[in-house]
Design a protein around this ligand. Sequence first.
Ligand code: KG4
Ligand code: ZN
Length: 390
Amino acid sequence: MVRGGREVLASVVASQMTLHAEYGGVVPELASREHLKNIVPVVREAMARACVGFADLDAVAVTEGPGLAGALLVGITYAKALAAGLEKPLLGVNHLEGHIHAVLMEAGAEMDGPLMALVVSGGHTHLYLCTQVPKGEAPGAPNLWAAPMWRYRNVGRTVDDAAGEAFDKTAKLLGLGYPGGPWMDALAKLGNPRAVEFRFQPIKRRSMESVLPTRSAEDAVRMGHPEGDANFDFSFSGIKTAVLRYVQTHGMKDVVEVRRARLGAALKENPKLRADEAVREMPEVFDQQTLDLIASFQYAVVGNLLKQTFAAAESWGGRGVIVSGGVAANSELRRRFTEEAARRGMRVEFPALAMATDNAAMIAAAAWGKFAAGEFAGDEMRAQPGLRLG
Ligand code: KG4
Ligand code: ZN
């Protein structure tokens, strides 16, 4: 529940993490069934917490995509029914724009564009150049333009795994809990990040047509891009394989299997067990070699995200950097991005921890621009699992 695109009146999240943890990953059928079960009580609770009645709503916003088809369908069907029943406008939102607005709704008014946004989660690693629509050009009612309206251009993305996926898969192969990101973050603090050197290979350049409309240098300059053929893509499947090879060649397999069994049993008893608690309760399961490997992995992944993001910001004329999505909760990422931004005299912003992972408030915030512009969704709105932004 969000007022004016900025003010969160209530944010209720029905997390499915514990359920999916049993399977070591998200199970699509379970995800849509859980959505179906939770959607009505979650909306009711948000309305109650915000002390708002259905009649007070101005519009209903819902995620159109990208995401799992079944889960998207539950949200869209419910939102359509709610909007029709209340005779209120319906607004379709891109999930990735939602992640960007998790930051913009707090810091956006003070941040001048253009900004380079890194959206980094379990499913995505994307770089977007965000520019503000000049007030005079923004469609719709000017009195609604308390929050600035933004446009996006995708200037980089992963060619294989997402960064969060690399955290999760690496954690899994080391016998840790799910989702792996928070486990790796906590355990990396206990290891030596220089113990193992992971290198990122240069990525084969994808067709620049998807980034720039033409390859001509003139056009690149006109688009505000000085280099024309710079590559800000990511690849994270290699480092996961490198960790696996390291485990195999350093005789760590038995240690991993003991940890998997011990942690598996402990997590069965207490599914909410956190890494710091596990370390306290069973320190013998976390050998130094593994902790060093985890610290080195995280150091490399964060370093790669940092290098590409700031290079893209510089190249595209970004005046500030924003990072959002589940991996934006990572403590090393926050520290190193903050240090790098300070070194360059740039501003960097992250979402509040509660807004970093998926939530509905960021979707409502992103919908504000469409509401103000009168861009309402019709009855034909459908789930778009592969929807792109920019
Ligand atoms: O945005 P999100 O909640 O869901 C989507 O994928 O859309 O992101 C979840 C991802 C998972 O891969 C999880 O391991 C990762 O974010 N994550 C982290 C941390 N907290 C969550 N990765 C690294 N460090 C963290 N502290
Ligand atoms: Zn997400």
